[in-house]
Design a protein around this ligand. Structure first.
Ligand SMILES: Cc1cc2nc3c(=O)[nH]c(=O)nc-3n(C[C@H](O)[C@H](O)[C@H](O)COP(=O)(O)OP(=O)(O)OC[C@H]3O[C@@H](n4cnc5c(N)ncnc54)[C@H](O)[C@@H]3O)c2cc1C
Length: 378
């Protein structure tokens, strides 16, 4: 399975990335074509049960295949997969029948919108509001840093249900906004890396949505937690992908580049660099695989997945840095391509839990004390 995906990437994904400008989002039609191919392997909906049309693969299999795909594309896939997973867990049968088939087949692009300009790590502060008027729901607010949003056909928006409260606290719900039926403004945000993918902002200004698109399930938090555990391993494996490519490029270079009368690969400190890089890549990969394997075995993997993502991101970033150094000045050139990997990997400490938040999640599991809100106990 891993080799099949790796061949697909070389044959069909990399040529598309190479044929398009490196610093601009891929045209949507190109991404949809890639999604339709990747969908044939079930990788847009690996968490859907088989009876609902999923591929019936383990999370470890998913991770091994996901790792082969360049992060500009795999970040979009992860957004699609997260949206499908949540829709499947929380929607009614009628809603699933309406939304899922086109997403599973890759004909349409999806995303999940939680983050806002004033609300990131602590999602309880969201301000986007949904009010009800007859058979319409009306959405007002802004979502920021949303993968896929500028190109999406559908967004699952987390918002406050105006007019409803529980124990005096606002009720957080979700609503599916289909772009064609309920147009909203969206723009791409220019960021340091992953520039061929989509990361953007959406503005909902009295955006009218059919009332039947409201997701009423109350299993939200539980589903979201489990979804994050898998996502964190996948982002860790994106770091592994980038570090591995950088390391292999450095190895090719070091074997032919000569200084002081021999290949630079024959110098002791360059060999130490390679030992460090391979150690970082191997350990990162194993931590991510381990957390996925734990989930397959039905174990709670909150701390394990937090540890895996944070370790992989930090250590693989260092590995890409070392690989660039092996190429000397050439490592800094746009031509060699390592600078792009360095910029791409810099995006990864933030989504699905920043490094600080992940350390607190892991620390809470180890110590049994809650650091977020000051309350004692696990
Ligand atoms: C590539 C990418 C893709 C993304 N995709 C999506 C998406 O599809 N959907 C979506 O909803 N969002 C998405 N996001 C947004 C992402 O989830 C948020 O950026 C993230 O949750 C952090 O929020 P923030 O940027 O507002 O930072 P803040 O929460 O404001 O944090 C700022 C800094 O403070 C630190 N900090 C915050 N609280 C604490 C604390 N208690 N203790 C210690 N340090 C703390 C953080 O670690 C960080 O360093 C994406 C972001 C990126 C970069």
């Amino acid at each position: 399975m891993r080799d099949g995906i790796a061949r697909l990437v070389e044959r069909e994904v990399r040529p598309v990335l190479a044929a398009n400008p490196r610093d601009r989002a891929l045209p949507k039609a190109e991404m949809v074509k890639l999604f339709e191919r990747i969908a044939e392997y079930g990788l847009l909906c690996p968490r859907l049960p088989e009876e609902a049309g999923g591929p019936g693969i383990s999370m470890l299999d998913y991770g091994i295949m996901f790792e082969q795909i360049p992060p500009t594309v795999s970040m979009s896939m992860l957004s699609q997969d997260s949206c499908i997973t949540r829709l499947n867990a929380e929607c009614t049968a009628e809603q699933k029948a309406r939304f899922l088939p086109d997403l599973v087949a890759g004909h349409k692009l999806a995303c999940t919108g939680s983050t806002e300009p004033d609300t990131g790590s602590d999602p309880r502060g969201i301000k986007t509001r949904l009010s009800r008027k007859g058979d319409k729901a009306v959405l007002n607010g802004r979502k920021m840093w949303i993968t896929n949003v500028s190109a999406c056909d559908l967004i699952l928006v987390t918002c406050i249900d105006e007019g409803r409260s529980k124990d005096g606290r606002p009720v957080i719900i979700k609503v599916v906004v289909e772009r064609e039926a309920s147009p909203f403004e969206a723009r791409e945000i220019d960021a340091i890396g992953l520039n061929q993918g989509y990361l953007g902002e959406a503005v909902f200004d009295d955006c009218e949505v059919p009332i039947e698109n409201i997701v009423e399930s109350d299993s939200g938090t539980r589903v979201l937690n489990r979804s994050w555990y898998v996502n964190r391993c996948m982002v860790g494996l994106q770091a592994v992908h980038l570090a591995e490519r950088a390391y292999l490029a450095a190895l090719d270079y070091a074997r032919v580049r000569r200084q002081f009368g021999k290949p630079i690969a024959a110098h002791q400190l360059v060999q130490k660099n390679f030992s460090d890089m391979v150690t970082a890549i191997t350990a990162s990969r194993m931590l991510c695989y381990r957390a996925l394997w734990m989930m397959d075995a039905g174990e709670e993997a909150g701390g394990a997945s937090a540890m895996a993502k944070r370790f992989a991101q930090m250590n693989c970033t260092e590995a890409v840095w070392q690989a660039m150094n092996v190429l000397g000045a050439m490592g800094l050139s746009r031509e060699a391509g390592l600078e792009e990997m360095y910029r791409d990997i810099r995006m990864l400490p933030i989504p699905d839990g920043t490094n600080e938040i992940l350390a607190l999640i892991h620390g809470r599991e180890i110590t049994g004390f809650e650091a977020f809100r000051g309350a004692a106990g696990g």
